[in-house]
Design a protein around this ligand. Structure first.
Ligand code: NDP
Ligand code: 8X3
Length: 254
């Protein structure tokens, strides 16, 4: 029997990309799904599809903007006890020099990737502490380890995720709670479409000439980390496509 069977798994940003792939993989492992994102129609469709395929699991969905603390608290109240939290909701806006980044883009990235992740964690960890069990899995990025030009604020938000993750690991070291971080390189999802404000051609060019990771590749690492025995914590994992060696070192076939 899978160690993940019957676990209650909250995935933020489950309407697309890595989060959606995580939902499919946890469902296959027999976990109950608590799915959150702003686009409720997408969550509805995913719930319907997975309920038909895996009738024995429980699936709850809640429209959630992680930037709104009251909304986060309401969603966590609605879901109930959480065994595994996948803090995945996040985004990048633009590819601009520091002096050209708009206040709106900066606020959106910081409010979503940092403050939103912290709001969700603050709402979930007290329950884990009270039950002395749980696993927080944060989706960081190679961008949090290696800042690149025209990515300053996004990189800073992911560096903040790394710090928050590590600090939480210290704060829970005397408990059975596990804290992990996965840092992907290039993953082809809606990430670049959002970055380039809907410009699909520009988004596609990010992945040109190499085979990028996809949502399933990262979901498989999430499942691996979540599925280790209780005494094993994979603290950190850096995951690249084969032709990527660093944030900006990528080999592209001509
Ligand atoms: P997608 O754009 O495909 O998915 C992002 C998800 O985040 C969506 O489900 C979106 O849902 C959700 N989201 C965005 N803003 C909010 C918000 N305010 N409240 C709630 N949910 C929100 O991109 P990815 O799957 O690639 O991104 C997932 C995570 O992976 C992000 O944290 C990203 O930084 C990280 N990452 C991505 C990499 C890549 O190359 N793609 C590489 C490294 C890390 P909705 O719009 O419905 O709210
Ligand atoms: C996403 C990876 O390099 O596009 O976190 O910023 S990158």
């Amino acid at each position: 029997m899978s160690r993940l069977q019957g676990k209650n798994v909250l995935i933020t940003g489950a309407s697309s990309g890595i989060g959606e792939a995580c939902a499919r993989h946890f469902a296959q492992a027999g976990s109950n799904l608590f799915l959150a994102a702003r686009r409720q129609d997408r969550l509805d469709a995913l719930k319907q599809e997975l309920e038909a395929k895996y009738p024995s699991i429980k699936i709850l969905i809640h429209a959630l903007d992680v930037r709104v603390k009251a909304n986060v608290n309401a969603a966590i109240d609605f879901f109930g006890d959480i065994d595994v939290l996948v803090n995945n909701a996040g985004l990048v806006i633009g590819l601009d020099k520091l002096e050209d980044i708009t206040e709106e883009a900066m606020d959106t990235m910081i409010d979503t990737n940092v403050k939103g992740l912290v709001y969700v964690t603050q709402a979930v960890v007290p329950g884990m502490r009270a039950r002395n069990k749980g696993h927080v899995i944060n989706i960081g990025s190679v961008a949090g380890q290696q800042a690149y030009g025209n990515g300053s604020i996004y990189c800073a938000t992911k560096a903040a995720v790394a710090s928050v993750t590590r600090a939480l690991m210290h704060e829970t070291v005397d408990t059975a709670i596990r804290v992990s971080e996965i840092n992907p390189g290039l993953v082809e999802t809606e990430f670049s479409v959002i970055r380039f404000r809907g410009d699909k051609d520009k988004a596609d060019s990010v992945y040109k000439g190499l085979v990028p990771l996809n949502g399933d590749d990262i979901a498989e690492t999430v499942i691996f980390i979540a599925g280790r025995p209780d005494h094993v914590n994979i603290a950190e994992m850096l995951v690249f496509p084969t032709n990527q060696a660093a944030a900006t070192t990528v080999y592209r076939k001509p």
